[in-house]
Design a binder for this molecule. Structure first.
Ligand SMILES: *Cc1c(COP(=O)(O)O)cnc(C)c1O
Length: 223
């Protein structure tokens, strides 16, 4: 199937998932993950009106950002090494994988230099998997209190990934827990209003559980 039809199918599924839980499709925004694509493939996404694009490695993203300019908003979605933090200012508007204080400190420093702001999702390890990045739910409040001192980072939401092997029921519980956490912390940290959850294999469940940003790669790539 080509990209146009893939996108149509995704849009239909998003609509149906929204309808099942009485949500407006306007509440769910799509990040087209371009990490599998070359420059032309990425440009094709832009031509289709997909203007929130996600990348997980700076070395793949930078040539695309330079080539395509700032017509898109770029989301950094992968795990980020501290020494790469300086690559983000002027290129990325969003980070979905803020998972430690030392990284936040470095990013704040780099964005301040550039007089920019980075909108951040805190990655939460809801499932407790050893291999997963992310802070644990019981560390979230303390993290947010510490992060409130960063003037160039704005905490806008929480992000999680469900284990690839999890059953739909388990995935749903993970997403539900992230939503519960978000509601709880938003009482004190009002800007934490978004939920970045749902990838190609589980985005419909994520929407039913309250996702406001879904991150799709495979579901949009030609097959
Ligand atoms: C690759 C990636 C995605 C997209 O994954 P698909 O399964 O291809 O939709 C979403 N989020 C993160 C963090 C990723 O690394």
């Amino acid at each position: 199937m080509d990209v146009v039809n893939k996108l149509k199918e995704v849009q239909q599924r998003v609509q149906r998932a929204c309808a099942r839980v009485n949500r407006s499709t306007k509440e769910v925004r799509l990040i087209a993950v371009t990490k599998y694509l070359d420059l032309e493939g990425t440009r094709q996404f832009l031509d289709l009106g997909l203007n929130h694009l996600g990348e997980s490695r700076t070395q793949h993203a930078i040539p695309k950002i330079e080539y395509l300019g700032s017509t898109a908003s770029w989301h950094f979605i992968g795990s980020l090494q501290k020494n790469k933090a300086k690559e983000l200012p002027g290129r990325f508007t969003y980070l979905h994988s803020l998972d430690r204080y030392s990284l936040a400190l470095e990013l704040d420093k780099q964005f301040k230099k550039n007089k920019g702001t980075l909108k951040c999702f805190i990655q939460v390890n809801v499932s407790g998997e050893e291999s997963k990045h992310g802070i644990f739910p019981n560390e979230l409040k303390e993290f947010l209190n510490e992060a409130s001192g960063f003037t160039s980072l704005k905490m806008i939401g929480l992000m999680t990934m469900a284990p690839k092997t999890a059953k739909p029921k388990e995935v749903r519980l993970i997403f539900r827990e992230l939503k519960d956490l978000q509601k709880e912390v938003q009482l004190q940290h009002h800007s934490v209003s978004h939920l970045s959850m749902g990838m190609s294999q589980d985005y419909e469940i994520a929407i039913e559980e309250g996702a406001t940003w879904i991150r799709l790669g495979t579901a949009l790539v030609e097959s």
